[in-house]
Write a protein that binds this ligand. Sequence first.
Ligand SMILES: NC(=O)C1=CN([C@@H]2O[C@H](COP(=O)(O)OP(=O)(O)OC[C@H]3O[C@@H](n4cnc5c(N)ncnc54)[C@H](OP(=O)(O)O)[C@@H]3O)[C@@H](O)[C@H]2O)C=CC1
Ligand SMILES: CC(=O)N[C@@H](CCC(=O)OP(=O)(O)O)C(=O)O
Length: 352
Amino acid sequence: MSGAAKAFRAGIVGGTGYTGVELLRLLVNHPVVEVARITSRSEAGTAVADMFPSLRGHLDLEFTVPDVAQLSECDVVFFATPHNVAMRMMPELMAAGVRVVDLSADFRLRDADLWSRWYGEPHIAPELLAQAVYGLPEINREKIKDAQLVACPGCYPTAVQLGFLPLLEDSLIDPMQLIANAASGASGGGRQAKIPMLLAEAGDNFNAYGASGHRHLPEIEQGLADIANDPVAVTFVPHLLPMIRGIHATLYAPLRDSTLSLADIQALFEERYANEPFVDVMPAGSHPQTRYVKGANYCRIALHRPLDRDVIVVLSVIDNLVKGASGQAVQNMNIMLGLPERAGLEGAALLP
Ligand SMILES: NC(=O)C1=CN([C@@H]2O[C@H](COP(=O)(O)OP(=O)(O)OC[C@H]3O[C@@H](n4cnc5c(N)ncnc54)[C@H](OP(=O)(O)O)[C@@H]3O)[C@@H](O)[C@H]2O)C=CC1
Ligand SMILES: CC(=O)N[C@@H](CCC(=O)OP(=O)(O)O)C(=O)O
């Protein structure tokens, strides 16, 4: 454990969940950011390395109860809490001038009424929704630089938006007929997940859920409509896969111009993502696997045009806890603090 102080101090609210411990895993290797505060109401006073022995030797810190004054001493505060928590503390933290990266859904939707329809209670801080910048760097990098509050995208919305993005930006597909089938590992349900995530329920099984309407649908449609500059309609069906980490999204889009070849579209994707440090366009016709991104901050994408028909199939994979949550949060923090975007996120995926 190095005793040398680093240049920036980070706080984490909600450090005992999967995204909290993933933030810790990434930040202990960050060259210039140190975790100075980490909160848990239930584990206050417990050493972080006692709760998470995976961090023994990396971090000498105890959980404390969430306290705005203490958090205000940090350069950036992450919320790794369930929905409906960050919005309660946000007005006070924002007034204290703290910069915040929220991993929950509290500030992802711009419309407070839409938010409360999907999240089940009135929004506590609707006046802050307009200030929140949606934290998908591939779209909002410039706005993220100066943002005080960044709302990190959900895991499914990250995989889906990055897959459709170049096609919608160039109006190549019919935005009203998009289909996204996506499957997630069980860590997507969080550490407090209920019965469906038990090994005996989720193991050796595969099922769709939320097919009649999942809370990520309005977020996906809001993001894609911004990209398309037009209304979009997406049929989105999430599935639970018996694995720990990873999302595999299979996206289907009707092509507007049948004279475009797969090679043309591949070239478009390669050009659009050429300068993106964390989006990898694989050779056309390949099949990205979730293990190609396990533990890493990448989204890997591959394109298909089956039998040369007028449908583009995009395969998009991420690690739900990294590019889908904590890695993307660190990427946003790097942009906000003017640091190299890859700082702390250099690691390659874990294989096998
Ligand atoms: N798992 C994933 O793949 C992804 C998750 N997310 C989102 O990230 C967020 C965190 O998820 P996850 O890591 O699974 O953790 P949990 O949802 O299990 O949240 C756990 C943390 O929040 C703290 N917490 C709970 N209630 C409160 C409260 N009222 N005030 C302060 N702290 C509270 C808990 O500590 P204590 O109760 O001890 O205070 C605990 O540390 C969620 O919004 C989730 O939806 C986003 C993308 C992907
Ligand atoms: C497998 C599983 O249950 N996944 C979660 C979504 C993942 C997630 O945490 O969503 P947020 O980013 O919005 O928090 C679900 O479907 O509710």
